[in-house]
Write a protein that binds this ligand. Structure first.
Ligand code: ZN
Length: 363
């Protein structure tokens, strides 16, 4: 396939590109315009997307990754001055949109290229929380409750396909879609006929992959009558908000508390796990885990008792029975809060824990 871009009225500045997946494309290909030979180009930026003659997204991903890294670098400069909420807002507003421009198109890129963007997001998550480089990634994703970039790309593909179906736009794409069984008596499920794909890169391209995702959607989502309701349902499928009290406290205390949750604190058990300490033991001789530090350690006993008493008061004021208090009183309550408590009660618990973290000066 050949594409031509007339960049300038001067034919010497007009370029064309021969798209080919062949290992040895025909380099002797000649395109003429008014008897002038048009220069063959290997890459070209069109509507913000970097297109390359070998139909690869490597160049586009490399360009957006460079731009996103620069912006993330600015955030890192202020990562200890700005609050977690401000950093998160800046990332979601200024960095992630850069990485997601054209994501329904470049989703067919190689895993190696897509991983470059995932690594930037992980770096951003660490910057926002103050986590260390080697922290547990599962815990990091749970901390944010964000869908991964891959899930977001899949959702974006579904909503884009929904826009094409529901709004009938753009017409040339609607024309080219496979059979859609909208009103057929034999198939009321609002599914598409699956296109025949013989090549891997075609399976991963927009129309076949979006159709596969669309056909797997729950029935009530596939049958949405308006584009807005489809968009909202897709959004709600992966929406899981971070509790408000996770943002509580001064920046330093918030980081220390978060590092305890993520298992990347200065406690010996955490440091031993990532190989930066020779021992996982506390000065008192027990294993220095978050649970030991918060609940059991004999060192800084007075400060710990003060914290635990404050937390106990919150639970008693809530009206919980002694048995229920025994059940929920533990390291998890101090680190993650409890769904049984409201936001003010959880915030009071976080405040007491963070005061202890600050006063004990161990982290
Ligand atoms: Zn101890």
């Amino acid at each position: 396939m050949v594409a031509l871009w007339k960049i300038n009225i001067n034919p010497t500045k007009t370029v064309c590109m021969l798209f080919s997946k062949k290992a040895n494309p025909d380099n002797n290909f000649v395109v003429k315009l008014n008897n002038d030979i048009i220069k063959l180009s290997t890459h070209h930026k069109h509507l913000g997307l970097w297109l390359t003659n070998n139909v690869s997204w490597k160049k586009h991903i490399s360009e957006i990754a460079t731009k996103a890294r620069k912006r993330l670098g600015c955030l890192k400069l202020h990562s200890f001055r700005m609050s977690r909420r401000s950093l998160e807002l800046c990332y979601l507003t200024f960095v992630r949109p850069v990485m997601e421009y054209g994501n329904v198109m470049y989703d067919s890129a190689s895993d190696e290229d897509l991983n470059i963007l995932s690594e930037i997001e992980k770096d951003a998550m660490r910057t926002i929380t103050g986590a260390r480089k080697k922290c547990n990634l599962d815990k990091l994703y749970k901390e944010f409750k964000w869908p991964t970039l891959a899930v977001r790309r899949a959702n974006q593909k579904i909503t884009t396909l929904g826009k094409i179906i529901i709004k009938n736009y753009p017409p040339y794409l609607v024309r080219d879609l496979p059979t859609f069984y909208r009103d057929s008596r034999t198939n009321r499920k609002n599914t598409f006929a699956t296109p025949t794909c013989t090549k891997d890169y075609y399976v991963k391209s927009f129309i076949p992959s979006s159709i596969a995702l669309w056909n797997d959607l729950p029935y009530n989502v596939r049958t949405c009558q308006s584009y807005d309701s489809l968009k909202n349902r897709i959004k709600s499928m992966s929406l899981n908000n971070v509790p408000d009290y996770y943002y509580h406290g001064s920046r330093l205390c918030n980081i220390l508390h978060c590092r305890l949750r993520l298992g990347c604190s200065n406690l010996n058990a955490d440091k031993y796990l990532i190989g930066i300490s020779n021992t996982d033991l506390c000065d008192c001789g027990e294993r220095e885990t978050a649970e030991h530090y918060l609940l059991d350690c004999g060192i800084e006993l007075e400060k710990r008792v003060k914290m635990l008493d404050s937390i106990l008061d919150v639970l008693k004021n809530k009206g919980l029975s002694d048995d229920r208090i025994d059940q929920i009183f533990g390291a998890d309550l101090l680190l993650y809060g409890s769904g049984e408590l409201d936001i003010n009660e959880n915030t009071s618990i976080f405040e007491a824990v963070q005061l202890f973290l600050w006063e004990s000066d161990r982290l």
